[in-house]
Design a protein around this ligand. Structure first.
Ligand code: HSE
Length: 301
């Protein structure tokens, strides 16, 4: 079994826990169900320090799902992981693993989950639905809580022509758990209306191709301000994006530490220079990547 899962960027500014988009940057997994024992072989990101035995995150998630279904733990499996999604940088690395694990656990338990059931399960494991839903469906998704703890995720039709995304991925990691703790639990009516209107405007911009609206639409008042202090240089970089000609919009990607900006490649290259200057002045190390938006979600062969 071969599984490919895309990276994802959640929130896109104001859509905290309800908006995410898939990126053309992939976690690739190959599974051998006839291996004797449990072995996880990681290639690429994490290869030098991730455990290869049942302590590996893949096996822990697969076992957690099997337990939820009343099935025994996995005993015979070899998973080869080729991961291009940087870990703990707000690019949905853990959601991508969870999507792959739901596919693997379903195969082991011979379960046929619908897309809705899969995304709901992924959201329950992840604690929020946005990254997992975008990784599952591809493209842009809107997510929310249906009732109780059940999640709903709706794939949104994207415009035909899409911008590219510039990712500024610092070495510095931010754990989602920590980045959620810094957000106030109460918000003002003013901020609520601000974010509501911009989330709706974002969906309009992405579906109609009115990307000129993203600069306004990606402005957030609920989480980003509080998280900027966790990401050195981020404040200056977002200001630079506002001043850079042609850039449609920029935000923290998910809970950080990556920043994401949308635009045409030629404009993103100029912004990459401005962002690199900020990093240089602050002695921040990292990688800049320009990637496409992926209309494809998880692919299983
Ligand atoms: N919506 C989540 C958050 C995404 O911002 O905490 C985490 O990548």
């Amino acid at each position: 079994m071969k599984i490919k899962v895309p990276a994802t960027s959640a929130n896109l500014g104001p859509g905290f826990d309800c908006l995410a988009i898939a990126l053309d940057l992939w976690l690739e997994v190959e599974v051998d169900f006839f291996h004797s024992g449990v072995f996880v072989n990681t290639i690429g990101e994490g290869a030098d320090y991730l455990p290869t035995d049942s302590r590996n995150y893949f096996i822990r998630v697969i076992d957690r799902i099997l337990k939820m279904w009343g099935e025994p733990s996995v005993r015979n499996i070899c998973i080869t992981v080729d991961n291009n999604i940087p870990l703990a940088r707000g690019l949905g690395s853990s959601a991508a693993v969870t999507v792959a694990c739901v596919k693997i656990a379903s195969e082991l338990a011979k379960k046929r989950l619908s897309a809705e059931e899969s995304v709901d399960l992924i959201a329950k494991i992840e604690g929020h639905a946005d990254n997992g839903a975008a990784a599952y469906y591809g493209g842009l998704v809107l997510t929310g809580i249906k009732e109780g703890r059940n999640n709903i995720a709706i794939p949104i039709d994207l415009a035909e022509e899409l911008p590219k995304a510039l990712l500024a991925i610092p070495r510095h990691r931010v754990r989602t758990r920590d980045a959620r703790k810094v957000i106030p639990t109460k918000i003002s009516m003013y901020d609520f209306v601000h974010n509501n209107s911009r989330t709706a405007l974002s969906v309009y911009a992405w579906t109609t191709g009115r990307f000129d609206l993203l600069n306004l639409a990606m402005d957030d008042r609920v989480h980003q301000y509080y998280r900027l202090k966790l990401i050195p240089g981020a404040n200056q970089m977002l200001k630079a994006a506002k001043l850079c000609t042609g850039i449609y919009g920029a935000s923290i990607s998910g809970s950080g530490s990556t920043l994401i900006a949308f635009g045409l490649e030629k404009d993103l290259l100029l912004l990459a220079h401005d962002w690199a200057d900020v990093w240089k002045k602050k002695a921040i190390d990292g990688d800049m990547l320009i990637v496409d938006i992926s209309k494809d979600g998880v692919i299983v062969n």
